[in-house]
Design a protein around this ligand. Structure first.
Ligand SMILES: [Zn+2]
Length: 60
């Protein structure tokens, strides 16, 4: 089962999280759509590169 990028918007945390591990990227204060799109692109790239901690051996 592949990992998924999940958007979390809560009181303590707003940003992207991984569905399978504790990876997360906190969203900065985004003041424009362009900034939001840029952040989302970076988050997507980082997400694709990370290795899920809990399932590192299973993924290997
Ligand atoms: Zn993960």
């Amino acid at each position: 089962m592949n990992k998924h990028l999940i958007w979390i918007d809560g009181d303590d945390f707003s940003g992207w999280c991984c569905s399978r591990c504790t990876w997360g990227m906190t969203a900065p204060r985004l003041e424009s759509t362009v900034a939001a799109l840029a952040f989302n692109r970076v988050a997507q790239e980082d997400f694709e590169k990370h290795t899920c901690v809990h399932n590192a051996q299973a993924d290997a």
